[in-house]
Ligand binder design. Sequence first.
Ligand code: PMP
Length: 466
Amino acid sequence: MNDLAPDTLRAIQHTERERFINSHPQSMALAHAAQQHYLFGVPLHWMRDWPSPATLFVAQAQGATLTCADGVRYADFCLGDTGAMFGHSPVPLARAISEQAARGLTCMLPATNAAAVGALLANTFGLPMWQMALSASDANRFVLRWARAITGRTQLLVFDGCYHGAVDDTLVDLDMASGNTLPRPSVLGQVHNHAAFTRVVPFNDLPALETALKHGDVACLLAEPALTNFGLVPPAPGFWEQARALCREHGTLFVCDETHTISTALGGYARAHRLEPDFMVVGKAVAGGLPCAVYGFTQTVAERMAQTKNAAPEGHSGIGTTLAGNALTLAALQASLEHLHTAANYDHMLDLAAVLEHGLRERIATAGWPWTVTRLGARMELQFMAHTPRNAQDVRDHAQGELEALTHLFMLNRGVLLTPFHSMLLVSPATTHDDVARLLAVFDELLAALRAPQHPQGSAPASRSV
Ligand code: PMP
């Protein structure tokens, strides 16, 4: 473990747990009370996936600052795992939501701003046609249905280590030895054999991608432009140009899930890097954190969708939910596209993220730890491995669960929130230089606590920005 004695880690972990318990009496009491009516004491069981001894209960979140039940203020670099990427409750969004709340919430009919919102979506993300859902999971599920329906093909292709939400078809793993698809063992209540309809290949592996596509039966490749849910794994130079060409050659649609990678640049990764997806999906932050997701598609795909729907018998399509595209969501989406998805916001986020990346790299190099920082625009990850990971297996091989958990808790105890899933840091338009300085000062404290040995010169860790 990077020369870190497990005893050292455990001793610090013990001190940090005590520190949390002593400084969070209100959260401890609320956690106790919530046990009575919530499974695991939380409204959604993932809310316990934090390394603190009890759940942190939130009193308020504003801008890049979160205040817990005990009145402790945190510089929030988790930002709701991207839902609040543009900051918590941005003023134009809060205003639009409260104004619309007085004018009707949901009618199962388009509000008068629907056409304007469609134009804003096209302008921001570069695809002409759109549909709405309430979560990125839903949007991905609906796109998979459309892709299979319009191509008449059954197979789906994903990358090992992918996460596209609670989408059964994608909750599969790769058996590295055989190359076969395996059901993901953690998934509960699974009875369908998705392994029969989903192929999985390692990220950044063009020969494996070609092998999976060449049977001519893959409806779509559903992918993030960089893996963000299994450690941040950037595409190798040239990977997407060739992957894109292979999809075209084999008649496979390319669905780009930009739910996290809109951190890259205004309009997302695919737009910035000209990937020309057939479909794209954006959720979470697209409407500033209000439940909303959208999926866009090309004119050609739209025509195929219309033909397929018109040719189908009357009745349920299996696509859509009652509240999708409701008036409140449309109002929030409009305000977000007009005031949050802006060049000025991205300039701030990307510039400040570069400052943070630089500060982390400098400290890691000085301390001599073989760790890496990988950045994708406004999001970055502190990775406890010496090189930029190439695929999910690379991440698995270098997993440092205890050190990650300790890093989170240590930072949380000093007023800095990281995302509990790997060490992800996100910079919002509301994040300040002071927030970054605070994180770096706490990182200095952590390095001191770990008492890093000095490594010989020339063994500085690799770092990578994409
Ligand atoms: N796509 C990606 C890339 C995601 O990271 C996630 C969630 N982390 C989702 C889809 C699903 O989002 P939601 O949970 O909001 O449905």
